[in-house]
Write a protein that binds this ligand. Structure first.
Ligand SMILES: Nc1ncnc2c1ncn2[C@@H]1O[C@H](COP(=O)(O)OP(=O)(O)OP(=O)(O)O)[C@@H](O)[C@H]1O
Length: 186
């Protein structure tokens, strides 16, 4: 069974992508599969450099040590084939009706999904003010926060839904409710 809908989530660092997609998964249970484009990137990189993959995947300082190198390496891979990581992440995904991609970063990610799964794609931008993001552990890093991987979707305007997750955020139930609205036809 192929997915019947694919939700693509984007947001700046510490906007709450993992938090909200985890909550959504709790609600949807085994009807949904969480996909991370960063997973194949991290596993390739960990294998190549002989690093600990679990540490890379967890929200740790370890991951931050390698973030810059990983960005450079994955940009080179993408230049050759912009869909390479999207494709690999989807190949590893379970057959479930709802796919949640929790970390899209580029216009080409959206393009790849839209071309590969026409009509199934809904895009969601999570926003949060800088002060809130800082309270959650964000601090500006040269080469990370001012490069394409973090900024390419800043000027994208065609989101199906924008979810405020900073100071002005609604209750979690309402945030999730607006996301579920995108699934109401299923
Ligand atoms: N609505 C919220 N209520 C309470 N805590 C939140 C909320 N949103 C996010 N957080 C907390 O803020 C921190 C950062 O959120 P999260 O890891 O989801 O961000 P992210 O966008 O996935 O960041 P990164 O891009 O760095 O992986 C986490 O500790 C998370 O639990």
């Amino acid at each position: 069974m192929a997915p019947r809908i694919i939700l693509l989530f984007s947001g700046k660092r510490k906007s709450g992508k993992d938090y909200l997609t985890d909550q959504l998964q709790k609600l949807l249970g085994d009807r949904c599969e969480i996909i991370k484009i960063s997973q194949p990137i991290k596993s390739h990189w960990a294998k190549e450099k002989n690093l600990n993959l679990n540490e890379m995947l967890s929200d740790s300082e370890y991951k931050e040590q390698y973030r810059l190198d990983m960005i450079t390496w994955s940009d080179e891979m993408r230049d050759q084939d912009y869909g390479c990581f999207c494709r690999e992440a989807c190949q590893n995904a379970a057959d479930r009706p709802i796919w949640i991609v929790s970390d899209i970063r580029r216009k080409t990610d959206i393009q790849w999904f839209t071309d590969t799964y026409p009509d199934l794609i809904r895009t969601i931008r999570i926003t949060a003010d800088e002060e809130t993001r800082k309270k959650r552990g964000y601090s500006f890093k040269e080469g990370v926060d001012n490069v394409v991987s973090e900024c390419d979707l800043d000027d994208y305007t065609l989101w199906d839904l924008v979810v405020e997750n900073g100071k002005g955020r609604q209750q979690l139930e309402e945030q999730l409710g607006s996301i579920l609205g995108l699934l109401s036809h299923l």
